[in-house]
Each structure stands twice: as C-alpha cells, then as structure tokens.
Ligand binder design. Structure first.
Ligand code: SF4
Length: 358
C-alpha cells in the first residue's frame, strides 16, 4: 500500500532562485597572506574554524591546520561544544551555524557569509511548516538536520541522513505515524527502507536532485570496476545504481574500507578533498549532472557552500561580523528534538557523531 500522502505544494526551489556558484580565485601570495592573517585572528579571538566537507579545500585545509575541524553539521556542533574556544567560525550554511548555536548558546558563532543557506532550509518556511503539521495532529514530526532553528523547534525529532532509517524504524515499532520534512528524496528513501507511514514535505536539495540516473548508468558501464557511492538526498533513479547509499561521513569511510580503486561519487564534489586524504591512491569520478536530461545550475557543487571564502572569513573574524543569533525560546525548543537524537544514539550504542547528514 502506498502510504505517502503528497501535499499539494511543491517546495522545491526553482532554478531562478538558485544563485550562481562563485569560487574564490586567489594567487598563492594572496592565499598565504590571508591564511597568516586568519591564523593570527583566530588566536586573538580565541576562535576555531569548523568547516563542512562541501566547503572549498582552502577552508578545509585551514581548519585542519589551525586546530579546527572538518565534518558534517552535527559533528561540527559537537566539536564546537568540546572545544575550549569561545568563538566558533562556522564555514558551511546557515542551519549549521544555528545548530552550533543551539548546542553552544554561550559561545559566539560567526559565519563568513550569512547569505549562505540551503534549498532545503529555504523550501521549508517555519510558518508554513507549522500549519502543515497542524493538519496532522496524530503524527510525530521528524525533521532532517537541514532545517532552520524555528523548524526544529516545531519538531519532535531531528535526524541526520546517517540516523534517519534507525530513528524512523524505532518510531514505527512504537506505532507512530510520521510527518517528514523537508527532503522528499531522503524521505522517500527512508520510507522505502522502513515501510513507515510518512507524510512527506516536498522539498529537495538542488545539488543532489541534479544527479542523473540514466547518465550514471552509462558512466558505470564505462567504469565497470568502479563502486558507486550515493548520498540519499539523491532521487531514487540515482540511488538504484548505488553500491553504497550513505551520509557524507559514510561515503568517506567507504573509500577507505572498500577494496575498489575507483569510485563514482554522487554528492557535492567538495567531499573529494577529504576522500583524497583518506585514500590518496584511489580515483574519484564525479557522478553526472549533465547529459541528455541536464537542467542543473549547481552541477555537483552547492552555490551556498561556495559563498564561504578565506577573504570573507577574515573579514567576519576581524570585525566580529555575521554573528548567528537564535532566541532563547527557539534554542530551548529546538534542542529537544536534537537531544532526542543524541540520546537515542547513545542508547543504541551508535556512533552518531561523524555519521550524519549532508
Ligand atoms: S548541498 Fe544541498 S543540502 Fe547541502 S547545503 Fe547545499 S543545498 Fe543544502
């Protein structure tokens, strides 16, 4: 029985609302000078850089080399919690800065660019989502990490891509029917894996949505020795060709652990920086976003992640700009679904950190 109740509204972002992907072009001298400046500012401000896997390699390298951290969003927030630094400079997108603030309300959280957001976050406005939830008072509300603090504050559970199937299965055994938001593809994947009764919000990640199943199949035929790694924010037509479906951390671990020497990777190409560190002798190929059915504007690199740059980071740190503020009322409510996930993971003896979201 098909138990997906499709709401009428399509909340996927139209291409004209997707910004161009602009990357920072620096000479070696400019890069070195900026890194020296930032290193000094980090000490002056008692700050650390926490960067997401999808940001520019320069930022990931900077985080690695200055005592910061590179990971997925929940793990970034966890690192921020354990760090003795009083300022966290979050290189990623806005919901990651908000999650860091929710878990570390006493710390200052800065971002290189507050306009750096996410199509899943934009496509799930808190007021509309709350009204949607009100239509299904008998359902528990499960939201993906890629949502605003205000949406998390309306939820019962927050999940990551690494934990979503286990949490939904757990709720299913308790006889719960669910509302899922905002990624319709990840929701569909979780529903397929669990058979749970889920009403799906119709949002999408504009990066993963653009991977193409038919072209991936053709690429796989050209490289029969390659393993295909797919993030579950991708459409089912792409997932069906995967040798492994997993979170960012799971696909990085896979390149270390699998015997294959070649991988076709369907997620943001920013992840290649860590993959090459993890398995320097292996080959990585971008999964296709082009071909006959090409419509992409993002083409395997998130335009909002690309808004983070060394220059903007230096500016934010030097002048204390781009601070994330979240009201205490929202922090207290948003912490509840996040804590449920953390407690669940501890009880299940799962390593939640480093096994998470996009
Ligand atoms: S890659 Fe997709 S899910 Fe991640 S921040 Fe960009 S738009 Fe959002």
């Amino acid at each position: 029985m098909n138990n997906i109740h499709t709401p009428a509204v399509d909340y996927r972002l139209p291409p004209d609302r997707v910004p161009e992907t602009i990357t920072e072009n620096l000479t070696d001298v400019e890069r070195t000078s900026l890194i020296d400046r930032i290193s000094g500012l980090l000490k002056r401000e008692n700050a650390v850089v926490v960067a997401h896997y999808y940001t520019d390699p320069d930022l990931q390298r900077l985080a690695d080399e200055t005592g910061g951290y590179v990971s997925d969003s929940l793990d970034m927030a966890r690192f921020g919690n354990e760090s003795e630094a009083s300022t966290l400079v979050v290189c990623g997108v806005r919901f990651m800065g908000e999650t860091a603030k929710i878990l570390n309300p006493e710390k200052r959280v800065l971002m290189p660019d507050l306009e750096a957001t996410c199509s899943l976050d934009i496509g799930c406005p808190a007021d509309q989502f709350s009204a949607f939830c009100d239509q299904y008072p008998d359902r528990r509300v499960v939201v993906y990490a890629n949502t605003s603090a205000a949406v998390k504050a309306r939820a019962d559970w927050m999940v990551t891509s690494g934990s979503a199937v286990d949490v939904v299965r757990h709720l299913q055994t308790q006889g719960e029917k669910l509302i899922w938001a905002p990624d319709m593809y990840l929701g569909d994947y979780v529903k397929t894996q669990t058979g749970a009764d889920m009403v799906l919000w119709q949002g999408s990640c504009i990066v993963h949505e653009e991977f193409k199943g038919a072209e991936l199949q053709a690429l796989k035929q050209q490289h029969p020795d390659a393993m295909v790694l797919v993030h579950p924010e991708s459409p089912a037509s792409v997932i069906q060709h995967a040798d492994l479906v997993g979170s960012t951390t799971a696909v990085i671990n896979a390149v270390k652990e699998m015997a294959a020497k070649k991988f076709i990777v369907a997620t943001d190409r920013g992840i290649f920086y860590k993959m090459r560190q993890a398995a320097p002798d292996k080959e990585f190929i971008e999964a296709p976003t082009a071909g006959k059915s090409a419509t992409c504007k993002s083409c395997a690199h998130c335009p909002w992640m690309a808004m983070n740059s060394l220059d903007k980071l230096a500016h934010a740190l030097e002048h204390g700009k781009n601070e994330i503020h979240v009201g205490m009322d929202i922090i207290e409510r948003a912490r509840v679904p996040i804590k449920r996930l953390l407690d669940f993971s501890r009880q299940e003896n799962q390593e939640i950190y480093g096994n998470n979201d996009a």
